[in-house]
Write a protein that binds this ligand. Structure first.
Ligand code: ADE
Length: 415
């Protein structure tokens, strides 16, 4: 039934899952609740997420809640084959392996959809788009979906605005306990981790160009700076550019940054951020990486066109020989934190996936009552997740006294 690389890898996958689970206390607590309540009994959940250990714990949590899990990856280079094999042994239906061709990637998404799911859990919205464009016959049974990432949410909102969205979707990305931690501290650490692991190069003293100063860009800039890099930000938004400047970073247009950058990280969610004219300006040995969802932020066609040859010079590093200089691309320009490392740290994905699990439960509990729109996560859910997380970190915080509560509401009395 399942299609994975090698079932003999399962043992290593279980070890990774066990380690991850130990560092995911919030999701662990939800798993215990789901085990008792079985909120998904009789339902099939179709998932397309980066299939690594933390994702497997989310899938296990939903399975403990009674769901049948059918899962694939959401990026051809982010699946960890040992984890995929372990998921099969846990009883999930899995269609994923690292290094899928584009065709295989879509075959696997379609195999997930062949299970006729009731709930969709997506990262990048590829499953949801596929349902709407090629598999509309599935829409009637689907009670809702959850979307993990900024890139997916932007397009889903556009769909909803045009009236094209045919089932409700929860915007998991915009929960505070998701984007402020996952996008910032998660991408910040894991993108730098991917670059360091892959290149074994020193960050200190390098000019690191970060394209985009959203939550992901802020995280990468802050972590690169912590390693001693000179951080340069490129932006199209004046407010974010101003923020980057006041955070102490140099702000340049990409055409200027291209001339001085040693390492580039794109985090924008938009295409063609680094393209022909920029490659021409770059220094010998420039290293390029992308931390955005799709592999179109660095224009690989342009890079290929300029090069007389391309070869792998180290695992996950391709050398593009541009006649007068060499430029290095990490992880084929796919998400450097997942293609070249293990994704975000466990403690961060703990909160992101707690939001996913509770959102799936929200969809089930409100089945038939929701409109075909993008729903935001209720503030109370964020507060609950943050509170459990703080407790797991053995951190207590103050509470308002009744007098303070009254003071904050009392507009008549003045100060
Ligand atoms: N691990 C699982 N999903 C991930 C994501 N969206 N980003 C980073 N690491 C992940």
């Amino acid at each position: 039934m399942s299609r994975v690389k090698d079932m003999n890898l399962a043992k290593a996958g279980h070890l990774k899952m066990n380690w991850a689970k130990q560092h995911m206390p919030v999701l662990g607590l939800i798993q215990e609740e789901f085990k008792k309540e079985k909120p998904f009994e009789g339902l099939t959940i179709g998932m397309a997420l980066h299939l690594e250990a933390k994702t497997a714990i989310l899938a296990e949590t939903l399975m403990e809640g009674g769901a049948k899990i059918v899962i694939t990856g959401c990026n051809p280079l982010s699946t960890q084959d040992d984890v995929a094999a372990a998921c099969v042994e846990k009883g999930m239906e899995v269609y994923a392996w690292r290094g899928e061709t584009n065709e295989e990637y879509y075959e696997n998404l379609n195999l997930v959809l062949d299970s006729n799911p009731d709930i969709i859990i997506d990262d990048g919205a590829d499953l949801i788009f596929l349902i709407h464009t090629k598999r509309p016959e599935l829409i009637g049974k689907i009670i809702g979906g959850c979307e993990e990432t900024t890139t997916g949410v932007i397009r889903l909102k556009a769909m909803a605005e045009e009236g094209a969205l045919k089932f409700p979707v929860v915007n998991v990305n915009d929960a505070y306990t998701k984007h402020m931690f996952d996008n910032r501290y998660g991408t910040g650490q894991s993108a730098i981790d991917g670059i360091i692991r892959t290149t074994n190069m020193l960050i200190a003293g390098k000019n690191i160009v970060v394209a985009g100063y959203g939550w992901c860009g802020r995280g990468v800039a802050s972590r690169a700076s912590g390693h001693g890099a000179n951080v340069i930000i490129t932006e199209i938004n004046p407010i974010r550019a101003l923020e980057a400047k006041m955070d102490g970073f140099t702000v340049l247009k990409m055409e200027e940054a291209a001339k001085v950058g040693d390492i580039f990280v794109t985090t924008t969610g938009c295409k063609d951020i680094i393209r022909m004219e920029h490659f021409l300006l770059m220094k010998e040995g420039a290293v390029l990486s992308n931390a955005g969802h799709f592999d179109n932020e660095i224009n690989k066609c342009d890079l290929k066109e300029l090069s007389k040859s391309v070869k792998e010079v180290r695992y996950n590093i391709e050398e593009y020989d541009l006649k007068n200089k060499k430029i290095y691309l990490l992880g084929e320009g796919r998400l450097v934190n997942l293609a070249c490392a293990d994704g975000h740290p466990c403690e961060v994905m703990d909160m992101s996936f707690a939001n996913q699990a509770l959102s799936a439960k929200f969809i089930k509990e409100n089945s038939g009552k929701l409109k075909n729109q993008v729903y935001e996560i209720p503030y109370e859910q964020d507060v609950k997740i943050a509170s459990i997380k703080l407790t797991s970190m053995d951190t207590q915080i103050d509470e308002l006294s009744p007098e303070q509560r009254k003071y904050l509401c009392d507009w008549k009395e003045g100060t």
